[in-house]
Ligand binder design. Sequence first.
Ligand code: 6PG
Length: 472
Amino acid sequence: MSTADIGLIGLAVMGSNLALNIAEKGYTVAVHNRSAGRVDEHMADAKAQGLDGNTIPKYDLADFVQTVKAPRSIIIMVKAGQPVDDMIEQLLPHLEAGDAIIECGNSLFTDTQRRFDYLKPKKIGYLGVGVSGGEEGARHGPSIMVGGSEEQWHNAEAVLTAIAAKFDGESCCAYLGEGGAGHFVKTIHNGIEYGDMQMIAEVYGVMRDGLGMSAKECADVFKEWNNGPLNSYLIEITGHVLDAVDAETSKPLVELILDKAGQKGTGVWSAIVAQQMGVPATAIEGAVAARSISSRKAERVAAEAIYGKPDRQKTDVTLADLEKALLAGKIVSYAQGFAVIAKASEENGWALPLATIAKIWRAGCIIRSRFLDQMSSAYAKGEATNLLVVPDFVTIMKDSHPSLRKVVAAAAMGEFPMVCLSAALSYFDSYRQARGTANLIQGQRDFFGAHGFEIEGRGSDLHGTWPSTLGK
Ligand code: 6PG
């Protein structure tokens, strides 16, 4: 009997929470997992939460597929990479034309595009869906970025819209475009997430080592900032992370955690795709590089022994400067991220809706913040794709870039690394200057490679008469 509205394969943390969320919204979900034990554990969780009535456990894949009403929507929540391809192959013999596979992991968007193209002639829909918000989001309302087969999206639309987070009653779930569009947008979301996190960490460094603040004092400042223009999930959780105390030592937990950041790849993908398309995304690149430097702990320890401990004098930057610097840096970073999305949209013919993307990031996802509402309004009005020239943001930048400048300068003199905030400042300074210095680069390129340059009024592909340096 086909009684389930939707099927879900892969009951690790994210999959299990999504299935509970679906059941809670009144839909019947069939669940399956490679190991039967995990299905049983999920059913025990569902029972404990009164959701077992809407959950159908299935131990056999063919039986699982038959339980889902046709045309079928089957969510797969397995590890990104080969396991996704393997799962598709296992499912294929059991699916019928019109059914859809909905892949909700952090997949590389070009893989999603390949899978979409592979399944299209077989008349199987493929949705590559970015789900943001961690475990809690999956359970109570994530932000959901959908890409892929539009027809099959409509079959799953009611369920996905119902389980997503809501902002002012509007669901944070939207169909964004064909093929890999959903996973592409999720990747850039993560790149922006990296930038936000790194900038927060840089500001924390100045508080801790320049202003001599304790973890508790830092926590209080982040909590206060969360009531102002920086209001966002990441600022909020930073307050909680800094506040946590280790039960064993009674010390702030954050001081015991090793200063080596992990990364699973989405930040790197965003930086690569931005570079490939020729869109500067220096905040994302900086954030990825900062994580990579952080992971080289042994090298850093050795280098400190050579150069000596950084000479971190007391700085004269104020907390108000740090707050504004973070705001300015964040705006630059989002301006870059949205510019990457706009360019990818053009290159892939996706027509990605920038206003909708900003809207579905207002709740549920890791980068949710107050100012995304302002961004979505700007894009809805059809204002420029680069936020740095959108009137509302021009006003904020004019007010806050002097603080970013002050903080970056103080960091340089105080021997604080500021990979991301300084990258944001340099981008801003490069972007807002009508006359830069690439004229010299063009001269150099022509000198050694006859690459040509342009002189206004005289034409492009011009060459200089350069002296020979050979034999000198
Ligand atoms: C989200 C997050 C999530 C991501 C983690 C870890 O939007 O819910 O982006 O998808 O997997 O943040 O990413 P890293 O391990 O690369 O930091």
